[in-house]
Design a protein around this ligand. Structure first.
Ligand SMILES: [Mn+2]
Length: 314
């Protein structure tokens, strides 16, 4: 599989790298890092990493515009994205000459001429480190930094349980090989604005916790305004509510007025919650899922379902 992917990268002159909407460091690191590595290996290629520019993760680098690029003879590699509707910056994947999907989410859409899916992999960035070291792609420090940040971020600093000996082995190889100063990268990755930290304090003070270990909170637009944050903030905070003795599953519902949806950020320390979120048009990983709701009344149903999930688990 990895050899096949390498062959296609070698074969195509024009390569577009895409990832999911709502970019995170794994999505950005895999597209922008792979771009660095392909260009480091083959000097004469045209490589574009697409998707909306993320100012929050500006240290990951800029994205490319392909609106004027003829893609009919291009290779498309879709990274970290299980479903076609969530691909950012590409309207129609069928317009590309060849499509490769590399992902670690449970399968949703079957697409791509080659699909490399490893649900056990901690991150797509981890899969790419493996791809580089198992083929003739050449690692470079810039690419290595981005892949490193993707792994660190998706594993929540090696805390999540899909962190494996393989994760450490590949990260060791990467750091040892490129000599990147990886501790310096944490300054960018983990710096937070005070307004967000204050919002976290509000969430911790005000979330409701049931006897079954289910915790939730609704954040209205009014509250977001009061703290001077936007609707994306809850996604940055939700992982920090882990390891609380009385809480098994926790959810933040955030009113997103701009997009006219309610964002759902859910995490679990045991019960599988992705199945519940899928019922409401969302999904993700077994213990880390999300959704975007059109109807406010669905909140009640999710609360009921997750309460039940916790109860059954106990
Ligand atoms: Mn990922």
């Amino acid at each position: 599989m990895k050899k096949e992917i390498y062959k296609k990268i070698k074969e195509y002159k024009k390569i577009v790298l895409a990832r999911h909407v709502g970019a995170d460091p794994d999505a950005l690191g895999s597209t922008l890092g792979l771009k660095d590595i392909i260009l480091n290996t083959f000097k004469d290629k045209e490589v574009y990493a697409v998707g909306v520019y993320s100012s929050k993760f500006k240290f990951m680098g800029k994205t490319d515009d392909i609106s004027k690029v003829d893609i009919s003879d291009a290779l498309l590699i879709v990274l970290d994205t299980p479903n076609i509707v969530r691909i950012d910056g590409v309207d129609d994947i069928s317009k590309f000459s060849y499509v490769i999907k590399i992902d670690h989410h449970p399968l949703i859409d079957d697409f791509g001429d080659i699909q490399w899916i490893e649900e056990d992999a901690s991150s797509v960035c981890q899969m790419l480190i493996e791809l580089v070291y198992d083929t003739r792609l050449k690692m470079c420090p810039e690419g290595a930094k981005k892949l490193f940040m993707g792994v660190v971020s998706d594993t929540n600093r090696f805390l999540f349980d899909y962190t494996s000996p393989k994760t450490f082995n590949l990260v060791y190889k990467l750091v040892n090989d490129t000599k990147i100063e990886f501790t310096k990268l944490y300054d960018d990755l983990y710096e937070r604005p005070l307004c967000e930290v204050r919002l976290q304090g509000y969430i911790e003070q005000n979330m409701k916790v049931s006897i079954n270990g289910f915790a939730y909170l609704k954040l209205t637009d009014e509250i977001l305004k009061k703290f001077g944050v936007d609707a994306a903030s809850s996604g940055n905070i939700v992982n920090s509510l882990n390891n609380i003795k009385e809480i098994l599953v926790w959810v933040i519902f955030t009113e997103d007025k701009k997009n006219d949806v309610i964002r759902v950020n859910a995490r679990s320390r045991g019960p599988v919650i992705s199945k519940v979120l899928e019922k409401y048009g969302g999904g993700g990983h077994a213990l880390a899922s999300g959704a975007r709701l059109k109807e406010e009344k669905e909140i009640k149903n999710i609360i009921k379902d997750l309460e039940e999930t916790c109860k059954n688990y106990k």
